[in-house]
Design a protein around this ligand. Sequence first.
Ligand SMILES: [Zn+2]
Length: 371
Amino acid sequence: MLNCSSPLKMTSRLLWVAFKLAALTLSVTLSLQPEQQKVLLVSFDGFRWDYLYRVPTPHFHYVMKSGVHVKQVTNIFITKTYPNHYTLVTGLFAENHGIVANDMFDPILNKSFSLEDMNIYDSEFWEDAIPIWITNQRAGRASGAAMWPGSDVKIHESFPTHYMLYNESVSFEDRVAKIIEWFTAKEPIHLGLLYWEDPDDMGHRLGPDSPLMGPVISDIDNKLGYLIQRLKEAKLWDTLNLIITSDHGMTQCSEEKVIELDQYLDKDHYILIDQSPVAAILPKEGKFDEVYEALAHAHPNLTVYKKEEIPERWHYKYNNRIQPIIAVADEGWSILQNKSADFMCEYVTVVSSHSASLFAKVDAMDNTVVY
Ligand SMILES: [Zn+2]
């Protein structure tokens, strides 16, 4: 079984959620001075909203009871990891913060950005925005990031005060250890960012609807339990504002729902910058009309847009890294250049629309910073 994605309903719900949380937390009496307030933002990649109810998740429910829970967070367009994680730390849509996909080409810089090659360390891709760790540091406070996407890239001449070089083999426990160390240091951080690759990784491999996802979700819940335990041991639980969220959900795909670009396009006429569920297509010189006409009505489950026709509500138009043509697959459908060559989970993946979950444990007497 495979899983894939499609983008839907990209609204500003994330911002609405942020507003709701801010409204809620600002209404409580403040017992700590701003310089004493601390926030830990945790992302479990690809934690679909309903995972919470698929198997017992006592630690998530403990956080919900201790604080607040919103039923969904709507990701931005497109529904990929890097664009959404940069939104979480900048408050901007992809067209504004510039990380418009996991795989990009910037025609002005004449440079490519590829998550697959981890070719992401070029500062110029990140500097359309200022991530919150820099804002925090400019306010005179320290930040610490454990594998948060982009946090080991030099942005506007800065790194987080403390950070870990990205290495997916570093355990969750080791990442938590660093976070605890930074929050309890002689000069403690006020902002911590913690990233974990699952359940996204296993969701790609198994498909989000697979019964085999049950143990994966249980494992994430146990990891959250471990984090809570360590925060309590370090006497941080009562003073820290903890926000747990995710970047996108997932939709089940199948091998029967694949759109092969080779059936419609001459591959010498374009470059495929990003693949699925939103194909980013760069026609070669003089081939724009030919490529667009060939694809526009090619498949009933594919909607093709010239860049200037991309719906405004997606906030995905005004950036050089958005290609002249994008082709958007319906939910559950995947786009591949060639099925026989490319039918791999990593392409027929993931990511979709229907929102992730967000939980926040807010101490009754604390303020919370939400962004
Ligand atoms: Zn992700």
